[in-house]
Design a protein around this ligand. Structure first.
Ligand code: FES
Length: 76
C-alpha cells in the first residue's frame, strides 16, 4: 500500500476519506457505542470513523506510531 500518492500534498493527513467534502465530520450517539468503540486517528481505516487495524500497516511502512482512540464504559 502506498500511503502518499503523487496527487496528494505531503501535508495532508487524510489520504482518501470523503475528499469531495469540505470537512469530514462524524457523529456517533453514545447510546450506540455498546461497551466501547475504537476510533481511527490514522485516517486509513476502511470502516472510518472506526478503527479497523489499518494503523498497523501504516506504522510499519512509515515508522509512525499512531493508534486509535478507545472509548469504553467504566466498570461499575
Ligand atoms: Fe486508523 Fe486504527 S485504523 S487508528
Amino acid at each position: 500500500v502506498v500511503w502518499q500518492t503523487l496527487s496528494r500534498p505531503k501535508n495532508q493527513v487524510n489520504p482518501g476519506i470523503k475528499k469531495n467534502e469540505e470537512k469530514v465530520v462524524n457523529s456517533v450517539d453514545i447510546e450506540d457505542l455498546g461497551d466501547g468503540a475504537a476510533f481511527c486517528r490514522c485516517w486509513r481505516s476502511k470502516k472510518f470513523p472506526y478503527c479497523d487495524g489499518s494503523h498497523n500497516a501504516y506504522n510499519k511502512e512509515t515508522g509512525d506510531n499512531v493508534g486509535p482512540l478507545c472509548l469504553k464504559k467504566k466498570c461499575k
